[in-house]
Design a protein around this ligand. Structure first.
Ligand code: CJB
Length: 809
């Protein structure tokens, strides 16, 4: 029945919405028509959700994030609506194949990596757990670049994701906000004799809303992702136009539209660009103005703001919101400072996602003042009052006052956004147990000493809907058959698999599914790289952004070590492995781009060498994104989580691999610690220095050359790379990588090398016992329930946001 109705809806949309005659119809048209038909099926749920939330006047989660890495919507919406089979049938009757149609979707890549994808998983869980929530962000016209590999090097291609339209968004031109920019402030006395401030901007940018419905799994709740797009207030400056200055007239339009033009492709290091601060302020101001407007519509007094909204800051990117809410409440709503401040602190929560010093956001004071003169005054006032508090709590400790100030004064003066977020939030959290502990002991230590009650841990999670049910249909079917159909929302059921690990017939089914997934990935890799991989080999995978701290180069050192061993000892008995990499490098990150080139150079040499290529191969999957991630995670036997301990705040790829039954080789970093706790030390390949040892070694001065001197194999590996052996005789191209490891090695690659190689030998031993390996694989999935984003979101709702479920009819 549903299938017939869906088929008719597709036919209608092909005709009325797309309007191509049959002769011009493309596969993409079928995608677009099905997407519209599916969106229609979410529409009444979406409107009901909004109306219900409005009528019940319940508290709403507002998740502010500069990134939402949503991935393709169609497959996910079919799954969450429970109409995947119907869609398959409907399309089949129209002579089309659902899987081919799904591949047509251009994914909205409005994020860089973990942080943006976490926001997307959280939206899925919020809707599924029936919590009223809106995600607020930026509708970048160009998302994260598409990566192509040419001669082993990354090249960046503009991501024109809106090129063929976006069937999922609903433009709301009437939901418009005006955002000030630059200029100066004027202090004046109002009618009642109170001192007030007026901001006279240099420019006003208009923001309009584009909404995407976010359907929960198996429920009627359908939340909203609201992304803001910038435009000029007037398309043309008519005054300038009339006086004949055409270029001046269009300038304002161009400048305004630039604000939401492109996502900055830097993952962790912040880039201190004026436009980036402009983007942050733009979307935060639109969002907070919108919240105030809705409150007004609902006839709720502004004093009740914090009872109605829990606003979460996804890292410091939206932290200007603290000053902006103060401005809106004090300057525009004329609340007293103390009242406004109480509301602000009660409203905001702040999640920290990294301890890397180069990622901590600060803005040079002159730049900040040029763009946001009024906010600078407000921050000075917040700081004055805050430092008074610090002095009262810790008398005669001016060093502490300087450390905690919102203004950094060492060198060029700057605004410290993490401090602003911490002062303006009633709750502060890290994203894995170890990370939250380190946060309290390092970056926010003083703040922890001042307000210990504000701090907590919320270990990250990932949605089992997209990353298991959707990505791994083979395993989904087996889990449905074994556990019943509730496991995607009741992941506790996965523990039932522990008993199944001892069942040989079950293990054999498990293996067959994994092998089919590996074949699916091998087909994809062949189509995109011409590299042929054998699905019976061990698939050893590292996919994530390329970063020195994530240590893809440590993985390469292992590969080259094996290569040398095989060359020197052709009879060496080792199980065959496919080493698979994927990930983008920030376009300006020199070392990360060299590492990509190194991986590809090593791959080229090894894959072409008949002495070794029956036992090892290397592939770099170009353009790692959410769509191909869904093929990659389910195909992994071994998950590489090898960051320097203390550097990876949590990791979420580690969880996606585990969910799909991969075993982890990893350091005691981020959420690896908790993964190992859940699955048991005997089912996890642990190696490497601890965070404490890393800190100690660095304190006592680290000498990478000592490790080279005492390890001839390591020395030979580095020399081979340096010799030009993998680069057609070019001994220059990897010199910077080898020199960096030899003379600096900031992430202790060489210090962990020997332990990593030894641990990989343990992997080989374990892999040779197929039954044992399968048992361990099953146990990984069985114990992965903790890493569902549903668990994480329940914790946020219960312990930070105080937001309850709402049933939508
Ligand atoms: N993270 O992706 C980013 N971008 C940043 O700017 C800072 C941190 C990552 O966030 C993830 C989600 O919390 C973490 O799992 C990951 O460790 C962290 O690097």
């Amino acid at each position: 029945m549903q299938a017939a109705a869906l088929k008719q809806a597709v036919i209608d949309h092909l005709h009325y919405s797309i309007g191509h005659p049959p002769v011009a119809m493309t596969l993409h048209d079928y995608y677009y028509a099905l997407a519209l038909a599916v969106r229609d099926r979410m529409q009444h749920r979406w409107l009901n959700t909004i109306q219900t939330n409005f009528d019940l006047k319940r508290k709403i989660v507002c998740y502010l994030s500069a990134e939402f890495l949503m991935g393709p919507h169609l497959g996910n919406n079919l799954l969450n609506l429970g109409i995947e089979q119907e869609a398959r049938t409907a399309l089949a009757e129209l002579g089309q194949d659902l899987d081919s149609v799904l591949e047509c979707e251009e994914e909205p890549g409005l994020g860089n990596g973990g942080l943006g994808r976490l926001a997307a998983c959280y939206l899925d869980s919020l809707a599924t757990l029936q919590r009223p929530a809106v995600g607020f962000g930026i509708r970048y016209e160009f998302g994260i670049f598409d990566q192509e590999i040419h001669d082993g090097w990354q090249t960046e291609i503009t991501d024109k994701w809106l090129r063929y339209g976006n069937p999922w968004e609903i433009a709301k031109p009437e939901v418009a906000c005006y955002v000030n920019w630059g200029g100066h402030t004027e202090h004046y006395r109002d009618e009642a004799g109170s001192d007030r401030v007026r901001w006279v901007p240099y420019r006003v940018v208009k923001g309009t809303a584009f909404d995407t419905p976010i359907q929960g799994y198996g429920v009627n709740n359908c939340n909203t992702l609201r992304l803001w797009s910038a435009e000029a207030v007037e398309s043309f400056d008519f005054q300038a136009f009339n006086t004949g200055d055409y270029y001046q007239a269009v300038e304002d339009k161009v400048v305004s539209e630039t604000v939401t033009k492109v996502l900055y492709p830097n993952d962790e290091p912040q880039i201190g660009k004026h436009l980036r601060l402009g983007q942050q302020y733009f979307f935060v101001s639109c969002s907070l103005q919108n919240l105030l407007h809705i409150l007004e519509l609902a006839d709720v007094p502004v004093e009740n703001f914090a009872e109605r909204y829990a606003v979460q800051l996804n890292d410091t990117h939206p932290s200007i919101g603290v000053a902006e809410l103060m401005r809106l409440l004090v300057d525009e709503r004329r609340l007293g400072w103390d009242k406004a401040w109480a509301i602000t602190v009660q409203t905001f929560g702040y999640t920290n996602h990294t301890l890397l010093p180069e990622a901590l956001e600060t803005w040079p004071l002159p730049m900040f003042q040029t763009l946001l003169p009024r906010h600078l005054e407000i921050i000075y006032e917040i700081n004055r009052r805050f430092l008074d508090e610090v002095r009262a709590r810790f008398p005669r400790d001016e060093a502490r006052v300087a450390r905690m100030s919102l203004i950094g004064e060492a060198g060029e003066k700057c605004i410290r956004m993490a401090h602003l977020a911490a002062v303006g939030s009633h709750a502060i959290n890290g994203v894995a147990a170890l990370h939250s502990d380190l946060l309290k002991a390092s970056v926010l230590k003083d703040f922890y000493e001042m307000w210990p009650e504000r701090f907590s841990n919320k270990t990250n999670g990932v949605t089992p809907r997209r990353f298991l049910a959707l990505a791994n249909p083979g395993l989904r079917a087996l889990l449905n058959e074994t556990l019943g159909g509730q496991w995607p929302v009741e992941v506790g059921w996965l523990h039932e698999l522990e008993a199944k690990a001892g069942d040989a017939a079950f293990r054999s089914k498990w293996r067959a599914i994994k092998e089919a997934n590996k074949k699916r990935l091998a087909d994809y890799i062949r189509a995109h790289t011409d590299i042929e991989l054998d699905p019976t080999w061990l698939f050893d995978i590292q996919v994530k952004r390329i970063h020195e701290y994530k240590r893809q180069h440590l993985n390469v050192l292992h590969i080259v070590t094996l290569y040398r061993r095989l060359k020197e000892n052709p009879g060496l008995k080792i199980p065959p492995r496919a080493f698979i990499f994927g990930g983008k490098a920030a376009p300006g990150y020199f070392m990360a781009k060299r590492i990509i080139k190194l991986i590809n150079a090593v791959a080229e040499t090894i894959n072409a060498d008949p002495d070794v290529n029956t036992r090892m191969k290397v592939a770099f999957v170009p353009n790692f994104n959410v769509q191909n991630a869904q093929l990659i995670y389910p195909a992994a036997d071994l998950s590489e989580q090898i960051s320097t301990a203390g550097k990876e705040a949590s990791g979420t790829g580690n969880m996606k691999f585990m969910l799909n039954g991969a075993l982890t080789i990893g350091t005691l970093d981020g959420a690896n610690v908790e993964i190992r706790e859940e699955v048991g030390a005997e089912n996890f390949f642990l190696f490497g220095l601890t965070a404490e040892e890393v800190e100690r070694i660095k304190r006592e001065r680290y000498h990478p050359t000592d490790y080279i001197a005492s390890n001839p194999e390591l020395r030979a590996v580095l020399e081979l790379i340096n010799s030009g052996y993998f680069s057609r005789g070019d001994a220059e191209v990897f010199r910077s990588v080898v020199d960096n490891l030899t003379f600096s090695d900031p992430f202790l690659v060489l210090a962990d090398y020997a332990a990593y190689i030894a641990c990989q030998e343990q992997v080989n031993v374990a892999w040779q016992d197929k039954e044992k390996w399968t048992r361990m694989s099953i146990l990984n999935t069985a114990c992965s329930g903790k890493f569902s984003s549903d668990r994480a979101i329940r914790e946020y709702c219960d312990e930070i946001w105080n937001v309850q479920p709402v049933t939508v009819k």
